[in-house]
Design a protein around this ligand. Structure first.
Ligand SMILES: Cc1ncc(COP(=O)(O)O)c(C=O)c1O
Length: 461
């Protein structure tokens, strides 16, 4: 009989809990019940003086934690922009966690560093980026934006003879940073962390979909970084990156693309035209935990000028094996010690292949259009051009829209979030999960329309 306390027994138990969770996710209510949420207070206790058995630790996690989760991995979670982790990536993640490789340096983690390199090359090819692009595997698009902009900072300062890594920003020449009015707040945060100032950026006017108008770009003078977007988090709209590059790159400006989810459009022949001209940019940030559907956390920064990224990120120390013919992952990332993120990305890309990635992207876009058509047919205006996987719908006055969203979340068939789009409160539906079917869309539409109509009739403003 297996030893109750063996590693095998413990890991098998955790796997069983995880498998049960994944098998039941599609059918359970998306939101946790108030009772389940209240029960998480049981976690709040003084740290035990003496430890408890490993198996009871895992059992308590499942007993209290599992019911209080929101079924983000399930097919009817349409909140924020959230992927659902493909089963193969959960499995690869478990195995990589068992390996526990600190993937900073190739020499000591040859398997995981190689997988990261392969995944990087595959994505560069998939997105049609320049073949010698460098990449950093980081926690998400927030840090991918930050890492890209750190490389940008290195390059634009280098162009004017200033070594920003060595000499810092005090006394440095000014750099102009241009962003669209609908820039994602994480880009602003990254700029703040890099010393460019959250308020000092110049905000460019956008159209009704949130796109920068390339014809209205100011004259570029001196070191400049222009931050563009592939996939606005509300509308899914794309900035005209090619036109922006044509206009500002002759003046040596660095063009960054925040493509947290939108960059994946480039992997679908059907959606790729949205990314026309993007390849001319200097850096691109994306997430794998959104549309590639790998487990949290996983994002990637791609930078055309690899030496600039390396100059911004690499460290040297006598005990580190940095002098190597291989690609050391941590030469490109803010972290030194790091989990083997590339493994999950590799597993997803290997299991899906190019056609599988394209099919997943197209399926989500088709389902988004199905949502939009269903809502319009029911008389609820869709506020955006549904070019990708994002749908914005209004249920009337702002307060009424908010009330209906609350009721939809509480009812639990599906989960959609609230947003304010250019002054108007709206419900945001983001179709990002590999497992969402037309049936899930129809089931969600039935619930949304039923709740919205009953709320409108029962509780007029
Ligand atoms: C356009 C855009 N940029 C950046 C981010 C930040 O991504 P993350 O939360 O993965 O760091 C998001 C998240 O939704 C996003 O939509």
């Amino acid at each position: 009989m297996a030893d109750e306390n063996s590693v095998r027994h413990l890991l098998e138990a955790a796997a069983e809990y995880g498998i049960d969770y994944r098998e039941t996710s599609p059918d359970r209510a998306v939101s946790a019940t108030p009772e389940a949420v209240a029960a998480v207070d049981e976690f709040i206790e003084p740290m035990p003086e003496d430890g408890v058995a490993d198996m009871s630790v895992i059992a308590q996690l499942d007993e209290i934690g599992t019911p209080a989760t929101v079924a983000m991995t399930g097919p009817r979670y349409f909140g924020f922009v959230i992927g659902g982790s493909l089963p193969v990536t959960v499995a690869s993640n478990w195995l990589a966690t068992a390996w526990d490789q600190n993937t900073g340096m190739h020499e000591v983690t040859p398997a995981t560093a190689t997988l990261e390199r392969v995944a990087m090359d595959w994505m560069i090819d998939l997105f049609g980026l320049p073949a010698d692009t460098s990449a950093a595997f980081v926690t998400g698009a927030t840090i991918a934006n930050f890492a890209s902009l750190a490389a940008a900072r290195n390059r634009v300062y280098n162009n004017v003879g200033w070594n920003v890594e060595a000499d810092g920003l005090i006394g440095a020449p000014p750099v102009s940073v241009l962003v669209g009015e609908e820039v994602h707040p994480t880009v602003i945060k990254g700029l703040g962390l890099l010393g460019f100032g959250r308020e000092r950026v110049v905000r460019l006017a956008v159209d009704g979909q949130g796109r920068i108008d390339a014809r209205k770009l100011p004259t570029i003078d001196g070191p400049t970084i222009v931050c563009t977007q592939a996939g606005n988090l509300n509308t899914g709209a794309f900035d005209p990156v090619g036109e922006i590059c044509d206009s500002v790159k002759p003046q040596d400006a660095w063009v960054h693309v925040d493509g947290a989810f939108g960059l994946w459009a480039a992997a679908s022949p059907d959606r790729a035209p949205l990314c026309n001209g993007f390849q001319a940019a200097d850096s691109w940030a994306t997430d794998a935990h959104k549309w590639l559907n790998v487990p949290y956390d996983s994002g990637i920064a791609f930078v055309r000028d690899g030496p600039a990224l390396k100059a911004a990120m690499s460290i040297t120390a006598d005990y580190l094996m940095t002098d190597t013919e291989f690609r050391n992952p941590s030469d490109y990332t803010p972290e030194l010690s790091r989990r083997a993120r590339g493994v999950d990305v590799w597993a997803a890309l290997k299991a899906l292949g190019k056609t599988g990635v394209a099919e997943m992207i197209d399926r989500c876009c088709r389902n988004a259009r199905r949502f939009a058509a269903g809502l319009e047919a029911a008389g609820f205006p869709v506020l955006n051009e549904v070019v990708l996987n994002q749908v914005l719908v209004s249920f009337g006055e702002d307060a009424q829209t908010r009330r209906i969203i609350d009721a939809i979340q509480e009812e639990g068939t599906c989960w959609c979030g609230v947003t304010v789009w250019q002054g108007q409160t709206a419900m945001r539906i983001s179709v990002c999960n590999w497992s969402t079917t037309q049936g899930d869309v129809d089931q969600s539409l039935d619930a949304i329309i039923r709740i919205a109509k009953s709320e409108v009739v029962d509780k007029p403003e």
